[in-house]
Design a protein around this ligand. Sequence first.
Ligand SMILES: Nc1ncnc2c1ncn2[C@@H]1O[C@H](COP(=O)(O)OP(=O)(O)OP(=O)(O)O)[C@@H](O)[C@H]1O
Ligand SMILES: [Mg+2]
Length: 398
Amino acid sequence: MIFDPKEINILIIDDTPAALKALSQMLAEAGYQVRPANNGEMALRAASITLPDIILLDILMPGMDGFEVCKRLKSDVRTQDIPIIFISALSEIKDKVAAFKAGGVDYITKPFQIEEVLARVETHLTIRSYRLHLEKLVQMRTRELNEINRNLEKRVKEEVEENRRKDQLVFEQSRRTTMSELLMNIAHHWRQPLNAVGVISQEIKDAYEYGELTEEHLNRSVNTIMVQLTELSDIINTFRDIYYADKKRENFSISEALNKSVSIVMDYINRNNFTLNVDVLEDNIIKGNLNDFCQAIIKILINAIEIFIERRVKNGRIVISVKDISRRKRAIVTISDNGGGIEQELMEKVFDPYFTTKQKSVGTGLGLYLAKKIIENEMGGRLDVKNINEGAQFIIEI
Ligand SMILES: Nc1ncnc2c1ncn2[C@@H]1O[C@H](COP(=O)(O)OP(=O)(O)OP(=O)(O)O)[C@@H](O)[C@H]1O
Ligand SMILES: [Mg+2]
């Protein structure tokens, strides 16, 4: 027995005192708590005060009959699950069918055998115990699952947020490295005009000392200095545009962006005797932030130049070409170099943040990460790389 009879409360309803007494006695002797009731109203009251675990119910009774009692018990959520066993002198099939239809779990015909009643009560209490146990299990598991679900949702949200935050940090850092790049570039670009101004100033001083400083000489020198100063200030403006860009989106042509980017690195190219060709077969208007796009291009160009220098490539050559794939309404910009390319096993990694093959002081490994972010996340394009004959080729689809 998986239940303890002492904890089982049985409600017995029968209008025949002899039957009521016999049933009560027999079940009490078997150890059950028994509550007898001799009519329907009394039974319903008793059931509502203390919920019985099982009910034995006579059918034929004056006043409310057994079917009516059963119907009322079944229509109340508190009592609807209590198993009801009908006990009746009615022995026709239609009576039994009616009893099961009313919601009874079993049917015992009078006169009853004590053993039969005990066995059936025990069977239905066992089934009930299993059912309650299962319900409890399901409830427990449902609670556990809900809890796990809630935790999972929370964890996923936290992870997503954490990733977003990390990404943002890396992105900001990659922009900051751009600052040191900016200063280095300005320094390179300034060298020539600054030298020129220095030379002219020295000349003025010399001419004065030798008494050769004419008004015409002075005017010419001042003019040249002014030209150089304008150049210096233009350089600052160009760099400021590119690196301190606002976030506005605009339509611009690819060739315009390429020219701007190339003008930034051209000095670096020339000083090392490398070459850079831009080959625009078909121009295209694209939408996005012009300065960000230029930054992406510059990152790729500077990488190639740095590779030429690192690998001592004599005739370093970069070719940028633009093709329009009108069918897909997309332009393809390829940037190819002859710097020896990227080792196959590193190919997957070059766009990862902090991946670099350069010395720590030289590269942070954020260049291509930033370029990819700009082209893919901000402009909805694609940036890929592959090796070609003599070097690497970056392919921008935009
Ligand atoms: N044109 C190229 N040819 C060969 N290898 C390249 C080329 N461009 C990039 N790489 C490889 O990809 C790596 C990652 O490039 P990325 O621009 O992201 O970082 P970095 O140049 O090392 O550092 P940073 O750009 O932050 O100064 C480089 O270290 C280099 O090994
Ligand atoms: Mg780089």
